[in-house]
Write a protein that binds this ligand. Structure first.
Ligand code: CP
Length: 293
């Protein structure tokens, strides 16, 4: 693995290796990880981000890398420089790896095939978000220790969700029982998992993974439907009461409280939403370490 672009292409052993490395970083927070080598990493975010961008930056600094901050709106991108020429420039001036988020699906894959330095996908449009998937898998691993037979219900805006795509591919490889729930226009039938009634699925699931309503990828008329979304398609307090005793709630965040999930459930005992964010640092350390050390 020279770049980290997709969960679809990883086999079971490769995924477990990254989960175990994530666990190692989680358990060795105070170990000095500097290698003495000067290496540069640049984070190119063509779409907004809070968690992914900042947790990559912490992960890079903990591993002793020099982080070159790149602000798209302050760069020659505004003069019309293409994403390929931007990334090629960054490689040419001596950067050792690029982390990139971009609205165009598959662009990260194309870059990884054109450049010689490692490219890490921090989200490509509605394509994939593999480091989010790794932290999600680690969250499940911490809770249940295995994936075979684990019942995972993914709920919401599946067709637009890069998180759903990466997780569906990885969970299939790991042998989990994945089932999906979404209104018909947000279903993605290419994933090959069954769609279920939300109220039935909630009762069976060990993991209820909610997805953000991807407003930026919708027509304005769909936003008007959000008023009734929670009752029809979201995790209400009544639905949470139907969950199995040890089942957990996950969400990649940002959460739109009161739309995908009732406000008071975001930080309830079952919720792992803020734990997922913490684990994101360790997962990104595992990926950077794997590619660069
Ligand atoms: N989960 C996630 O990708 O969050 P950000 O958009 O804030 O990075």
């Amino acid at each position: 693995m020279n770049s980290f672009v997709s969960m679809k292409t990883l086999n079971e052993a490769e995924i477990y290796h990254l989960i175990k490395r994530t666990d190692w970083f989680a358990n060795n927070k105070s170990v000095d990880l500097s290698t003495g080598k000067k290496r540069f990493v640049s984070n190119l975010f063509y779409e907004p981000s809070t968690r992914t961008k900042l947790s990559f930056e912490i992960a890079e600094k903990r591993l002793g890398f020099e982080v070159l901050d790149f602000q798209v709106e302050q760069s020659s991108v505004v003069k019309g420089e293409s994403v390929y020429d931007t990334a090629k420039t960054i490689q040419s001036i001596g950067v050792d790896a690029i982390v990139i988020r971009h609205p165009e699906k598959n662009i990260v894959q194309q870059l990884s095939e054109s450049l010689s330095i490692p490219i890490i996908n921090a989200g490509d449009g509605s394509g994939e978000h593999p480091t989010q998937s790794l932290l999600d898998l680690y969250t499940m691993y911490k809770e249940f220790n295995e994936f075979k037979g684990l019942n995972v219900l993914i709920v919401g805006d599946i067709v637009h969700s890069r998180v759903a795509h990466s997780n569906a591919y990885a969970l299939k490889t790991l042998g989990a029982n994945v089932f999906l729930s979404a209104k018909s226009k947000w279903q993605d039938n290419t994933l090959g998992f069954p769609y279920v009634n939300l109220d039935e699925g909630i009762k069976r699931a060990d993991v209820v993974m909610l997805l953000r309503v991807q407003r930026e990828r919708h027509a304005s008329q769909e936003m008007n439907e959000e008023d009734s979304y929670l009752e029809k398609y979201g995790l209400t307090v009544a639905r949470e009461l139907q969950m199995k005793p040890n089942s957990i709630i996950m969400h990649p965040a940002p959460v739109i409280r009161g739309v995908e999930i009732a406000d008071q459930l975001v930080e309830c005992n079952r919720s792992r939403i803020f734990k997922q964010m913490e684990y994101g640092v360790y997962a990104r350390m595992a990926v950077l370490d794997h590619l660069l050390n």
